[in-house]
Design a protein around this ligand. Structure first.
Ligand SMILES: Nc1nc2c(ncn2[C@@H]2O[C@H](COP(=O)(O)OP(=O)(O)OP(=O)(O)O)[C@@H](O)[C@H]2O)c(=O)[nH]1
Length: 408
């Protein structure tokens, strides 16, 4: 499923992210606390990451003095977070001067969701041809909505609203689409949030988890580009110690995004690597440490236990770490994604989601069902393989794309 590292990273250069929505808090307070916490780590929890014959860990990447160092010295020089992120104490504000979202990603989102929406709107249109709204039609509509992965709860919200507005009357496909978009927006609105970074933690640790091939490494590259483009000092940790290609792929992303990287030998213990990466990030005064993990199926108990251990080890270094646990979900997956979230959430304490591959033949309905059930924040969506193909999640855009409303 995965392509080569070269394929994945493409040819475009990393770009600074100009969108300005929030400033960060003073970052000078966290370092001392982390220093104390690190002494409490149990020796049994730190597997040997130092290997004989080869340096077990390497730190590559930007050595240049980043603006982030200045951040530690003065709150006035705090980095300005890019669009889609928020600092812990200041929510992003609507910025009239911010550039409007590019049409291109929106078109890709709509194209990705076109199969879901055109199939659904086609079926809805034929359902309501010359029929007044009655119980049987409402039941048929509910079935269609459930088949589109929207989930029973949202399907019922849509049919209930339609029924209260139009029962016994003529109904057009457009009526249904409008109500559908409105109800989906109500479900997604509360979960469409910026990714909040608490930069008093130095580093703020982001752990990225998910099933194989869901886009973890690519998403990390895209996040690193946004953060380092905004002047933050970023370190990546190649915690997917199973696949050499995954480590190489992350190194390429580190180079492209001017991030530091900590990696280990193939087969090294992932929790040990996470521990070492945290220490390195603290030494180098990184603002953000993003830890990649090996893809794993949610039903593989041994691999899930390894993930639990990574979380435990980080928690000994800083009781609040990992501060953010992101799960990537592949939008081409259907119902299985619900179970993926359930289990990763229990094991790794997932705090937010990123749905990738919405530019493909996506089945976006499942995100609605997941949001209704888990109410986890959805921070970004992936709309391509390129470095800038990560967009903040917007409930209304997404709802309209599924309902086949609005134009590109
Ligand atoms: N079209 C498209 N492809 C994507 C997107 N995100 C990731 N991919 C591709 O999906 C494939 C898998 O991505 P990876 O980032 O390697 O996924 P992973 O979760 O790290 O994979 P494992 O290490 O095997 O668990 C790669 O070919 C990526 O280029 C996206 O938003 N859109």
């Amino acid at each position: 499923m995965a392509s080569t590292a070269d394929d994945r990273t493409g040819t475009k250069e990393a770009e600074a992210v100009p969108d300005v929505l929030a400033t960060s808090p003073d970052t000078t307070e966290g370092a001392g606390r982390n220093g104390e916490a690190s002494e409490n780590i149990g020796a049994d929890e730190i597997p040997g990451v130092e290997q004989e014959g080869a340096p077990a860990l390497s730190t590559l990447g930007a050595e240049m003095p980043g603006p982030a160092e200045a951040v530690g010295a003065s709150a006035e020089l705090a980095p300005i977070l890019p669009k889609g992120f928020a600092s812990a104490d200041e929510r992003p504000r609507e910025d009239a001067a911010a550039p409007q979202p590019q049409l291109s990603w929106y078109q890709r989102l709509r194209r990705g969701l076109a199969r879901t929406s055109s199939q659904l709107t086609g079926q809805i249109a034929s359902l309501f041809t010359k029929r007044k709204l009655d119980e049987a039609t409402l039941q048929d509509l509910e079935d269609l909505l459930i088949q589109a992965d929207l989930g029973v709860e949202t399907a019922m919200r849509i049919t209930d609203t339609l029924s209260s507005e139009r029962y016994g009357k003529d109904v057009t496909g457009e009526d249904v689409s409008r109500i559908m978009a409105g109800e989906i927006t109500k479900v997604l609105g509360p979960v469409a949030k910026p990714l909040e970074l608490d930069l008093s933690h130095k580093p703020h640790v982001i752990l990225v988890v998910g099933v194989n091939g869901t886009g973890k490494t690519t998403t990390i590259g895209k996040l690193a580009a946004k953060l380092s483009g905004a002047g933050l000092k970023v370190m990546l940790a190649a915690g997917d110690t199973f696949r050499a290609a995954a480590i190489e792929q992350l190194k390429i992303w580190a180079e492209r995004t001017k991030s530091d990287i900590v990696s280990s030998k193939l087969g090294a213990d992932a929790a040990g690597l996470a521990y070492e990466a945290y220490e390195r990030a603290r030494e180098k005064k990184s603002d953000v440490l993003i830890i990649d993990t090996a893809g794993r199926l949610q039903n593989k108990a041994e691999l899930m236990a390894e993930l639990e251990k990574i979380v435990r080890v980080l928690g000994k270094l800083d009781p609040d770490a990992p501060h953010t646990v992101l799960q990537t979900l592949d939008a081409t997956t259907g119902q299985n994604a619900l179970q993926q979230v359930e289990i990763f959430r229990n094991v790794a304490g997932v705090s937010g989601l990123i749905m990738t591959k919405l530019d493909g033949t996506a089945r976006g309905g499942i995100l609605v069902a997941i949001s209704a059930k888990h109410k986890l924040p959805v921070y970004f969506i992936g709309v391509g393989e390129g470095i800038d193909d990560l967009e903040p999640f917007e409930a209304k855009d997404f709802a309209e794309a599924i309902a086949g409303l609005g134009g590109a």
